[in-house]
Design a protein around this ligand. Structure first.
Ligand code: U5P
Length: 236
């Protein structure tokens, strides 16, 4: 499959056309960004690690009946994906209070939530990705009621598959963000990536942060902790 025209460049990935209409080429970059792009760095090896970790996770989800846009990893930092139109909603699933939820609602970080919750954020850099509810989604006209139901259910389903996978290897799945797209027939498909860039992952024993908070909060080497996640998931 040949890399065609560059279609889109995001903070962490570049998307290219291929000779096949419904398949895209994704290149994982080494850029790390946080706080809506205010903090930036180039971290050698990050793209390779996220490409591998996302591959392992999408493959595991597939074996549990959760399909995604992922087709195959084709090189160290590239993969092929099915073309979808991204729905501009970030679906965040939380098991433990951390990050913006801890701050917004006054929970101490690390407090287990009495139930898993799903939140929606409007994916809009200029607005700083504000939190939104079903009614905001309705007036923005960015997804139908039926689609919102699918996002909610798939968020919980991904959580119920990933939580035990991480638990088995001594990792707590604190929270994570998913993105979805519509394929050419309008079907909602899990898309983007699932990696330590998009999840909070803590060592079950030490509570060491094994995710992008290491970069956000200057806690050490990002690639060292991403390597730990890849190794625990059985990747190379
Ligand atoms: N998250 C992203 N991208 C964003 C915002 C949040 O992947 O633009 C992920 C974080 O990595 C975390 C979860 O796992 O969503 C909740 O983030 P926060 O709302 O606590 O910052």
């Amino acid at each position: 499959m040949n890399k065609g025209q560059l279609l889109y460049e995001g903070k962490a990935k570049r998307l290219y056309q291929t000779e096949q209409e419904d398949v895209l080429f994704v290149e994982y970059k080494n850029s790390a960004t946080a706080f809506n792009g205010e903090k930036k760095a180039e971290i050698a090896g990050k793209g390779i690690l996220n490409n591998r970790i996302t591959t392992v996770i999408f493959e595991k989800l597939k074996t549990q009946g959760i399909d995604s846009h992922f087709v195959e990893r084709i090189s160290e930092n590239e993969q092929l994906v099915r073309k979808v139109d991204i729905i501009p909603i970030e679906v965040v699933v939380r098991n433990i209070a951390a990050g913006s939820l801890a701050k917004r609602l006054g929970f101490e970080e690390g407090t287990p939530l009495s139930r898993t919750i799903v939140e929606f954020y409007y994916k809009d850099d200029a607005l700083g990705d504000p939190i939104i509810n079903n009614e905001h989604i309705d007036i923005l006209g960015i997804a139908t009621k039926e689609e919102v139901g699918i996002l909610y259910e798939l968020g919980l389903k991904v959580n119920s598959v990933l939580q035990p996978i991480f638990e088995e290897v001594g990792v707590i799945l604190v929270d994570f963000k998913l993105e979805f797209g519509r394929d050419k027939d309008g079907n909602v498909l899990l898309a983007d990536e699932i990696s330590p860039d998009t999840c909070r992952l803590w060592d079950a024993e030490t509570k060491q942060k094994l995710d992008k908070d290491v970069f956000r909060r200057d806690l050490g080497s990002l690639t060292d902790v991403y390597e730990i996640i890849l190794a625990r998931l059985g990747g190379k």
